[in-house]
Design a binder for this molecule. Structure first.
Ligand code: G3I
Length: 318
């Protein structure tokens, strides 16, 4: 059978996965599927600030470089994740006693050094991640508190200076459908574009759960971002469920994945569809939502689930 990446290529789409670097090192079955089924990869954790600069001024790019090398060997592109976020910041930064001016300089340097290090090797960067609350107000974070809302535009400008060819994305969750949060993202990127800030795309993470009901109107929502002249991408798709899994839940899950992919395929400049891991063997879900899981395309023994077959036929059917 042709892998997902080949089926997607016929639709001019890249299909990707987040990669867990310990699994990639230790698990041959994981490594084989990561290389064969996908045409882009996203580091699940190793490009985050706490991983890259664990102590101030001491950089550790080695694990991220290993993924970038893996991608090159397998003809894959890389989604860089993530430059500015409120989470997984190093403790020297969050517990340090820095002035606003110092923090601005620290953020500038982080973006510049990181983007330069991977220059020419990262296709899309998640420049700013999860900056909004559910009601569409800006999320309280060290960046908003200390630098004010202008940190967002600055981050895009600094990233663009460091690698003018990388595609720069704003990325968030619960923005796949229309509502206060996606309205706020739409306003933001519309304004940034109008001001000439170098934002190229919007990422919709795509973390769904079958117990919440599957979202409607995703294609229409993606379309209004497309209209702004922006690329779009599904960046972290997974569809969790209350455990244990059963046939009905797996069928609903498959439909959730199908809806996300369908929204992307209907959107002219939706350029990649990325799942947040591909096997239930390694997933962030059970650790964050106890009692939930089974969110991925393959089960813990790497048997393909209905969701995997559904993505295949959705890609092949166009
Ligand atoms: O690095 C420590 C390690 O030293 C320690 O031994 C280990 C013990 O638990 O923890 C390690 O840190 C973990 C880290 O992943 C690196 O593996 C954290 O506990 C764990 O909470 C963290 O979870 C990650 C999560 O982001 C935290 O923010 C998940 O793996 C990752 O899948 C998840 O990804 C996010 C995206 O970046 C943004 N969108 C939402 C998505 C899901 O939450």
């Amino acid at each position: 059978d042709r892998p997902l990446r080949q089926l997607a290529a016929d639709d001019h789409l890249r299909v990707g996965t987040a990669v867990d670097m310990s699994a990639l090192a230790d698990d041959a079955a994981y490594r084989r599927l990561a290389g064969s089924e996908f045409s882009t990869v996203t580091p699940e954790n190793v490009m985050k600030w706490e991983a890259i600069e664990p102590r101030q001024g001491e950089y550790d790019y080695a694990p991220a470089d290993r993924l970038v090398d893996f991608a090159r060997k397998h003809g894959q592109k890389v989604r860089g994740h993530v430059l500015v976020w409120h989470n997984q910041l190093p403790s020297w930064l969050t517990s340090g006693d820095f002035s606003a001016d110092q923090l601005r300089e620290i953020l500038h340097r982080h973006i510049t050094d990181t983007v330069r290090h991977f220059k020419g090797r990262v296709w899309q960067w998640d420049v700013v991640n999860e900056a909004f609350n559910e009601d569409g107000t800006l999320r309280d974070s060290i960046w908003l508190r200390e630098l004010g809302p202008g940190y967002i535009a600055d981050a895009f400008r600094w990233a663009h200076e460091a690698d003018p060819h990388a595609l720069l994305f704003y990325n968030d969750y619960n923005t796949e459908w229309t509502g206060p949060k996606s309205d706020a993202v739409h306003d933001l990127v519309g304004r940034l574009r109008a001001e000439g800030v170098p934002v190229d795309g919007v990422g919709f993470q795509g973390h769904l759960g079958i117990q919440y009901g599957l979202p409607t109107g995703m294609a229409a929502n993606f379309a209004r971002f497309d209209k702004l002249g922006l690329a779009t991408a599904v960046t972290e798709a997974d569809v969790r469920m209350p455990l244990p899994a059963d046939a009905d839940k797996l069928a609903t899950q498959a439909e959730g994945y199908r809806l996300l992919l369908d929204a992307c395929l209907r959107t002219r400049h939706c350029i990649s569809f990325t799942v947040w891991g591909f096997t239930d063997k390694y997933s962030w879900v059970p650790g964050t939502f106890p009692g939930e899981g089974a969110a991925n395309l393959y089960d813990e023994g790497y048997r393909p689930k209905p969701a995997y077959r559904t993505l295949r036929s959705e890609l092949a059917g166009r």
